[in-house]
Design a protein around this ligand. Structure first.
Ligand SMILES: [Fe+2]
Length: 248
């Protein structure tokens, strides 16, 4: 079984389309989504429609929760907060209802795997450091946890002595493969489809292949100028538009 892993699409359909096209060429049987389908970007309804069409097992992200009216944006940064009312106004009732019904993580997938948005400890928490990862490892019995929220593709693993190891698929390659050890717990972030923050502007996704016990990390270029043009036309904050070009 090959599971396409997507996260942090953030209303960027140019990036999402590029990822789906590349993933289709690589082959996948099911879709797993770690949330933040909307927020920041110019196409929230189209992003929801495309994700829905993939029939994913998904959790909600903090942006999905706030856009759906399930909470305030109190802990968002200034520009993210500015984009919230725009997204709420732009969302159709149907798209908002889909986001409202997404479950908060952790969402079990069977076989000792689960989805979360931010961390095992909460959808707003970040797993950025080994200490953050250790806290999530302590909080779950799942062997594989797929997460998003940081917009950084990475693999944290827990060694037998309790040490946490971090691997990051950085560099110009379009594909990087992590081989999973059946006896080791992992926290795996496929990276962000629509707003990467690892200084690489290309859209990110991953494919978890259960037959080979491998996770393939992919990067794909997309026409981000088109996304930026739409954001300018929508009057979204300039820093949110600029950051797409820099991948941060
Ligand atoms: Fe996000």
């Amino acid at each position: 079984m090959r599971h396409l892993l997507i996260s942090d699409i953030h209303s960027n359909v140019e990036a999402l389309d590029a990822c789906i096209e590349r993933a289709a060429a690589a082959g996948f049987d099911s879709v797993l989504c770690c949330g933040d389908i909307v927020g920041y970007g110019p196409d929230p309804n189209a992003a929801v429609a495309r994700v829905r069409a993939l029939e994913p097992r998904s959790v909600r992200g903090n942006h999905d929760r706030v856009a759906a009216g399930l909470g305030a944006a109190d802990d968002f940064n200034l520009h993210a907060k500015t984009a919230v009312p725009w997204t709420r106004d732009a969302l159709s009732h149907e798209a908002a209802a889909y986001l409202r019904d997404l479950p908060a993580g952790p969402r079990g997938l069977g076989g000792g795997a689960q989805l979360v948005h931010g961390a095992v400890t909460g959808e707003d928490d970040y797993i950025l450091s080994s200490a953050d990862a250790a806290e999530s490892f302590r909080s779950t019995g799942a062997r594989l946890t797929f997460f998003g929220h940081t917009h950084h593709a990475c693999v944290f693993s827990l060694g037998p002595a309790g040490g946490v190891r971090l691997e990051t698929p950085r560099g110009p390659d379009e594909r990087w493969v992590a081989a999973l050890d059946a006896s080791v717990p992992y926290l795996i972030n496929p990276g962000s489809v629509g707003q990467p923050r690892d200084h690489d502007a290309r859209a990110a996704f991953a494919i978890w292949d259960t037959a080979t016990s491998r996770v393939e990390f992919h990067r794909v270029a997309y026409p981000l100028e088109t996304t930026q043009r739409k954001m300018r036309a929508a009057g979204l904050p300039t820093p949110l538009i600029e950051r797409l070009r820099h991948g941060r």
